[in-house]
Design a protein around this ligand. Sequence first.
Ligand code: A3P
Length: 291
Amino acid sequence: DEVQTQTHDLVLHRGFGLISGIHDPEDVEQIYDLEVRDSDVFVVTYPKSGTIWMQQILLLIEAKGDLTAISQEGNNSDLVPWIELKGNREAFIVAPSPRLRVSHLQYKFMPAALSRRKGKVIYVARNPKDVLVSYFHFHNFANMLETPKDFDDFFEKFMAARVFGGSWFEHVKTWYSHSDDMNMLFITYEEMIQDLPSVVKRISGLLGKDLTEEQLADVVKHSTFKNMKKIPQASYEQVSDDLLNHSQGRFMRKGTIGDWKNHFTVAQSERFDEAFHREMQDFPLSFIWDL
Ligand code: A3P
């Protein structure tokens, strides 16, 4: 069967590119004024930094490690939705606690109440060279995003911030600069790769969940790359073909640190390093670029 593909363009809204058909600028605009409950949890990421991994971890912590308790027909995004998707803001207002949400939005769009210590935020950052590579592959199978001509084409788009999520540098810097105003855990993808048990412990601490060692071990077990790949609702293998062209790629692609070395030319790497140095010179944390 021929799958009908659709390519939407990014629509700039206050300097931020939204995907038409998926996002509604008016909805996004009203997120800022949302009332936030203390029990609300927002996972915030730049795209391709570990969002679906964190969705699985949050659900498992809530279920005390019991995978069968979170098994369902749909996808994890039914239980931990993106707040910025069309229609999801209204659903959020009336949803019962705890409201677990993910978002790729830049700080300026998110509920102002977060900066008054309402709710909780888990920010996940990933080294941006691997983000770029993961995002390139994602553009090749996500039908709502424009398919790049080749890697060089996408490299330029990312450097010019002409992608959903905007500037990676801006995203990470701005969110991090507000971490002291919020109940926030700042976590990196690389820490999750290197020591998932300690990350899971920190998150359950933030959520006030008192899990036994065995339950914590179960959370870790059901959120490894290998195991998540086998769980359709966690890996988004069953998202409809008009959104994701499954023959061209998958969310659970490689799950490693340093894949950028297989994609970047030396010149691209140097250019990226320069930009990183310039943009992130006052940023206090460092990233792990390879293992
Ligand atoms: P790669 O494309 O580098 O493999 P997001 O969820 O923000 O879209 O990010 C997707 C990236 O997270 C993909 O990176 C995917 O493989 C990786 N990922 C998802 N679950 C993972 C897990 N359990 N362990 C390691 N990486 C994971």
